[in-house]
Design a protein around this ligand. Structure first.
Ligand code: NA7
Length: 536
């Protein structure tokens, strides 16, 4: 592929990359996809840990761009498990013949903008060198797993796993003593499953998280009929002006304590992340949030038999929902099993990992396997792993050294013709990712179509407009409780990463993007390379 020329390169073959490839091919572009994995699926390709499951109901976690696809595919559960979502991704790849467009097992190493040609030169680890006018980064928000540098970790003699890079053949923990480090979504989903199989599980928890029961059920024909009946309203809602975080309930809590509790009981009984939509100000009023958080802590107390364990599992250091809310199946109850022990690292930190044990300052826990459920370098890790050079040799890593900066979360000043799918500064991880992916892919595709129609070859975000957007993203976040948590939304899980609230939490995001496009790409500079008579 050395020296090859295409119109567009799409990096990543998850849900973002697949739809982007489809759309650009529809536009008549010659496209090339690159993917590090051996197949499609992105997040759902890598995160194969036991219990991995979507926390958005399956019927909503589906592409909306193809009616045939909607009709053909039938989800089996309210919340689909990872294997089913991966089957869906594979079905899409087959159904729309996407695989021939993708070079698998081919990580992109670098991308350099050629100012004379308005083209990106992309180099892969297989030695490919491909030039393209458009470079679309569908690299995912949770795609760079990270494991903490605990002293002695390399000396561990047993098996070591990371939930975000789970072996494809699965793992059999039967008869094993397993240590799980980390209690975010991945830990909370996997611990009950591992505990059901392993001989012993020791959970090393630094910070407890709030988790709401999923109350997952099989989907019935009746559920599917009901969904079909409300589908037009659903589409109108996601494409409407409200999309973005401000689109939720506007209702404020009734002052009456009992009435509030009743609402929480109802939402707890329904289950799922919808708990956060209890009131319009749950994520802006600490008083309201405290009551909701207290309700969940009471539930933990009811579910966990040992009071000391229940207290250790009860979050008190961050408002409810300001770290990603977890959705579980039997998580708290798992601590009632005789083969599960919780170690509170706030009281007894890990000192070292030894060849056959995890040692805290208080005890040594002998284990056969270590599971790191320690999360990701979220939202920026995958981009910063690639050596990207823009106009005048501008270094992408330097451009984001103080935290990620992107106009609308879609484009970065100094790096023309490069687009991010669900980048920092867009609703992204705070929204239904599939909806946000579709919105970005369609906006990017419309933009490329517009450029080609006008014979233009370069589109670049204006630095001042970008700065204003980044300020706006921060100001909106500062009005909420989110900055109070040391979350991965804030970059707080990575030592040295700038503390910036990365997703956009304001209302009307889709409308803003539409207006920017309708006004001839307001906030962007559009141009044409002289030597290139044929815009591609
Ligand atoms: P998360 O949510 O980032 O959780 C990682 C967990 O690992 C969290 O409990 C961390 O505790 C813990 N952690 C990280 N480093 C350490 C060390 N050094 N020692 C002990 N514990 C540690 O990642 P997930 O994979 O669970 O979920 C990511 C997203 O994927 C999730 O939000 C969903 O959107 C899907 P901490 O809180 O930092 O004290």
């Amino acid at each position: 592929m050395v020296g090859a020329e295409v119109d567009a390169i799409v990096v990543g073959a998850g849900f973002g990359g697949m739809y982007q490839l489809y759309k650009l091919r529809e536009l008549g572009l010659k496209v090339q996809g690159f993917e590090a994995g051996t197949d499609v699926g992105g997040t759902w390709y890598w995160n194969r840990y036991p219990g991995a499951r979507c926390d958005i109901p399956s019927l909503f976690y589906s592409y909306t761009w193809s009616e045939e696809l909607q009709r053909e595919w039938r989800w089996t559960e309210k919340y689909a498990a990872q294997p089913e979502i991966l089957r869906y991704a594979n079905h899409v790849a087959d159904r729309f013949a996407l695989r021939p467009l993708i070079a698998f097992e081919t990580p992109v190493l670098s991308a350099t903008f050629d100012e004379a040609a308005d083209r990106w030169r992309v180099v892969t680890d297989r030695g490919d060198e491909v030039s393209a006018r458009w470079l679309i980064m569908a690299t995912g928000c949770l795609s760079t797993p990270r494991a903490p540098a605990i002293p002695g970790v390399e000396s561990f003699a047993g098996e070591t796993y990371h939930t975000g890079a789970w072996p494809h053949e699965g793992v059999d923990f039967s008869g094993k003593r397993v240590a799980v480090i980390g209690t975010g979504s991945s830990g909370i989903q996997s611990i009950p499953e591992i505990a059901a199989q392993a001989d012993q599980v020791t959970v090393f928890q630094r910070t407890p998280n709030f988790s709401i029961p999923a109350r997952n059920t099989p989907l019935t024909d009746k559920d599917i009929e009901a969904f079909k009946a409300m589908y037009p309203q659903y589409i109108a809602m996601i494409k409407g002006p409200g999309m973005g975080f401000g689109g939720g309930s506007a209702e404020l809590p009734i002052p009456d304590d009992e009435a509030q509790r009743k609402r929480y009981e109802e939402l707890w009984a329904i289950g799922g992340a919808g708990f956060l939509a209890a009131w319009g100000n749950l994520l802006t009023s600490i008083e309201v949030n405290d009551r909701a958080a207290g309700f969940v802590r009471d539930k933990i107390g009811e579910l966990v038999s040992d009071p000391a364990t229940a207290e250790a599992l009860s979050p008190r250091d961050h408002p409810l929902g300001t770290k990603r809310i977890c959705v579980d199946t039997g998580y708290y109850e798992t601590y009632n099993r005789p083969n599960v022990t919780l170690v509170n690292l706030r009281q007894t930190p890990i000192e070292a990992i030894e060849p056959h044990a995890v040692r805290t300052c208080a005890a040594t826990y002998e284990v056969d396997a270590l599971v790191f459920a320690t999360g990701f370098d979220a939202m920026t890790g995958a981009m910063l792993a690639i050596d990207i050079k823009g106009v005048g040799g501008a270094d992408f890593r330097e451009a984001w050294a103080e935290g990620p900066k992107a106009y609308l979360g879609l484009a970065v000043a100094g790096f023309p013709n490069l687009f991010l799918i669900t980048g920092p500064g867009s609703p992204s991880v705070l929204s239904n990712m599939i909806n946000s992916i579709e919105q970005h892919v369609e906006w990017i595709s419309d933009c490329i179509a517009y450029m080609r129609e006008k014979g233009l070859t370069r589109i670049a975000a204006d630095p001042t407009t970008q700065e204003a957007w980044v300020d706006h993203v921060r100001q909106v976040a500062d009005k909420t409780l989110f900055p109070r948590a040391a979350s991965w939304y804030m970059g707080a899980n990575i030592p040295g990463k700038p503390r910036v609230f990365m997703p956009y939490i304001g209302a009307g995001y889709r409308q803003t993007c539409n207006e920017v496009a309708a006004e001839g790409y307001r906030g962007f500079t559009l141009g044409k390379v002289h030597a290139d008579a044929h815009a591609s």
